[in-house]
Design a binder for this molecule. Structure first.
Ligand code: CP3
Length: 358
């Protein structure tokens, strides 16, 4: 099945028709299986640690020269088929004026968690001007990346809501689920506001020239399908609907989302990211019949980057073979690169995937 929706490129956008990543993301048979890694920029790279020394994460994200250099580092080192903008899902929240910080080895921490209707009503909107440095970084990057596509991204409303309600990272998301069920009006008001912020943030990146985008709903896998459909999907769909005119590939990803893959594949995304729990051919079975191509991204267990090479190689071979059930497969991990992985292993994974051919 061919993908018609992404072929009308807006004028001014890079065409990149020879890019294996863009081909696979559009359902066109690529010249080779494309590969990139979630969290390919970051602590696994010594050159990243050197550059970031003495600079806070959120300061780095607001400094276009640093964003550009950090984004380029893994492309130069690993020869991945796509760059992902160096930023964070909480950047638009911070830019809008929400008091938060990214604490090393913990993650985002919110000064005043949002837990009632008054707090939701007091939430600021995002003015595109607030994230101008992100747009500047994107413009700089598309000038420097040559033929390598740039993936922009944002956090999906649910995952952002979890951080805002819990006040930081959470294992059980108990306050989030309690609010969702106890006060659905406040819940929907909060997710509605977050969907607006996410849409604005992605539009800024799209206007600046990103070639593809990924919407991370990292923690949606903690929900039942019923709750996902009722409390989350309408807001995610609002984001994708708002970007319908932006004809670049849109990837939607979460962890532990085996039960949600179909719903996530119906929310307006072109490509569905799959974690390591569901084989890609099974993911394709779950997605099939939506009236659009079955395009998947994934799904090597990030922990297996610590296994012996023959073991890892077998896993890569299996994943590429299972990915052939899809109309397009972008090789990736099932979640982000772990901080203490040996980066030479990542380079070797890229080489091996590329050797396997189209
Ligand atoms: O290379 C890339 O993939 C781009 C970089 C990227 C970062 N954050 C940089 C970062 C991306 C895509 C994100 C998105 C993000 N941020 C998500 C969705 C992706 C996912 O992992 O599911 C989430 C849930 C967050 C929230 C967040 N920010 C966490 C959980 C952490 C890690 C905390 C820690 O230190 O272990 C952060 C901080 C963060 N974001 C770092 C980086 C490189 C580490 C900060 C540092 O280097 O000091």
């Amino acid at each position: 099945m061919t993908l018609e929706m992404n072929t009308n490129l807006p004028t001014g956008r890079r065409e990149l028709s020879g890019s294996p990543f863009m081909q696979a993301a559009r359902g066109i048979t690529p010249s080779r299986v494309p590969v990139w890694f979630m969290r390919q920029a970051g602590r696994s790279l010594p050159e990243y640690r050197a550059l970031r020394a003495g600079t806070q994460m959120l300061t780095a994200c607001a400094t276009p020269d640093l964003v550009t250099e950090i984004t380029l580092q893994p492309v130069r080192r690993h020869h991945v088929d796509a760059a992902i903008l160096f930023s964070d899902i909480v950047v638009p929240l911070k830019a809008a004026g929400i008091d938060l910080d990214i604490v090393p080895n913990t993650g985002p921490v919110i000064a005043n968690p949002v837990r009632d209707a008054a707090a939701v009503a007091a939430m600021p909107d995002l003015d595109p001007e607030h994230v101008r440095p992100v747009g500047d970084a994107v413009r700089q990057l598309v000038g420097e990346l040559g033929d390598t596509p740039l993936i922009g991204f944002a956090g999906a409303p649910f995952t952002l809501a979890s951080y805002l309600i819990e006040g930081g990272p959470s294992k059980n998301h108990e306050r989030t689920k309690a609010l969702m069920h106890t006060d659905p009006d406040t819940w929907h008001a909060l997710l509605g506001k977050l969907a607006e912020i996410t849409l604005t943030f992605l539009k800024v990146q799209a206007d600046a020239g990103i070639d593809a985008m990924q919407l991370f709903d990292s923690w949606a896998g903690c929900l039942s399908l019923r709750d996902y459909r009722e409390f989350v999907e309408p807001h995610t769909r609002f984001v994708f609907d708002g970007l319908a005119d932006v004809r670049i590939p849109k990837i939607h990803f979460g962890v532990g989302t085996g039960e949600l893959l179909r719903a996530m594949g119906e929310s307006g995304a072109d490509v569905v990211g799959v974690d390591w729990r569901v084989p890609l051919d099974e993911a394709v079975r779950r997605l099939d019949g939506r009236g659009k191509p079955n395009l998947v991204q994934g799904n090597l267990d990030p922990a297996l980057l610590f296994a012996d090479w023959p073991v890892l190689q077998r896993e890569i071979d299996r994943i590429v073979a299972e990915g052939r059930a899809a109309d397009g497969h972008i090789f990736n991990l099932g979640h982000g690169v772990l901080p203490n992985v040996d980066p030479t292993v990542l380079t070797r994974v890229v080489e091996h995937v590329h050797q396997l051919g189209a």
